[in-house]
Design a protein around this ligand. Structure first.
Ligand code: DGL
Length: 273
């Protein structure tokens, strides 16, 4: 465990590898901060579970990251954001950690999408069933049409290192077909694992549909948030450290993560949640 729990760290949480697609942009745009990444590799995927179970798993992850001195946690997981964020913000934080913050990924992406009229969203079963995107987008643009489709098999394929394979591309095409048929102009990748398939998704959707990289949007929005809440994290007390915590065997995570981030992951540890 970390010796100096300085409380100036940013926690980044996902069920597995997916949050790395957010972390990559955070490291680019906000490199001065200390980051603690937690991937619940023992229990990934979350997307087919009940709301109660996803809440319990996510709360355990928050307990761990706060115990390691995180002052702010990014739920870099749409499934956790759609199933657990509100309850964590309304019940858990005020009681347990009133001076700390948890931010999700859905609102920044909904803000981006809402500038469009005909929008598509793909995500896990839990995220799509929650209608969280539809709800947030329509708050900002009541005229928007939001077409959604769940893509439950993509996360296990990505965790297996099969992004870019024939089978992943076939499935991706199948999941995107109904959205393509609706002539959507913006596609939101409503699962942080899916940017592992960003190039293929853009190719399949074609030139007339914008497919933003969600991590980039989340990082831009965090930058604005931190500028407005400058007392939350003082960058001058940080050292630019990166730590990775996993709840089960690390081999796949490290191999795929290093390839995706383009840098070594040597500061990792197995923990139990
Ligand atoms: N990366 C996740 C998300 O954004 C989690 C997927 C899963 O565990 O099913 O939804």
């Amino acid at each position: 465990m970390l010796k100096n729990k300085g409380q100036y760290r940013i926690g980044v949480f996902d069920s597995g590898l997916g949050g790395l697609t957010v972390l990559k942009h955070l490291l680019k745009k906000l490199p001065q901060y200390d980051y603690l990444y937690l991937g619940d590799t023992a229990r990934v995927p979350y997307g087919g579970h009940s709301q109660e179970l996803i809440y319990r798993y996510t709360k355990e992850a928050m307990d761990f990251l706060f115990s390691q001195g995180c002052r702010l946690i990014i739920l870099a997981c749409n499934t956790a954001s759609s199933q657990a964020l509100r309850r964590l913000q309304q019940e858990y934080l005020p009681k347990e950690y009133p001076d700390r913050r948890i931010l999700g990924v859905i609102i920044p992406l909904a803000e981006y999408a809402a500038t469009s009229h005909n929008i598509g969203v793909i995500g896990t079963r839990a995220t799509i069933a929650s209608k969280a995107y539809e709800h947030e987008i329509k708050k900002l643009n009541a005229q928007a049409i939001v077409n959604s489709n769940s893509a439950p098999l993509l996360v296990p394929l990505i965790e297996e290192g099969l992004a870019g394979s024939d089978i992943a591309n076939k499935l991706l095409k199948k999941y995107l077909r109904p959205l393509k048929a609706k002539n959507i102009r913006t596609l939101i990748l409503g699962c942080t694992h899916y940017p592992f398939l960003l190039k293929d998704t853009r190719r399949i959707m074609g030139k007339n549909c914008r497919v933003p990289d969600p991590g980039e949007i989340v990082a831009d929005s965090l930058k604005i948030y931190l500028a407005k809440h400058s007392n939350l994290l003082s960058a001058h007390k940080t050292t630019g450290s990166r730590h990775f915590y996993l709840s089960d065997k690390p081999e796949n995570f490290i191999k795929l993560g290093e390839k995706f981030l383009g840098q070594k992951i040597d500061n990792w540890q197995i923990i139990s949640l």
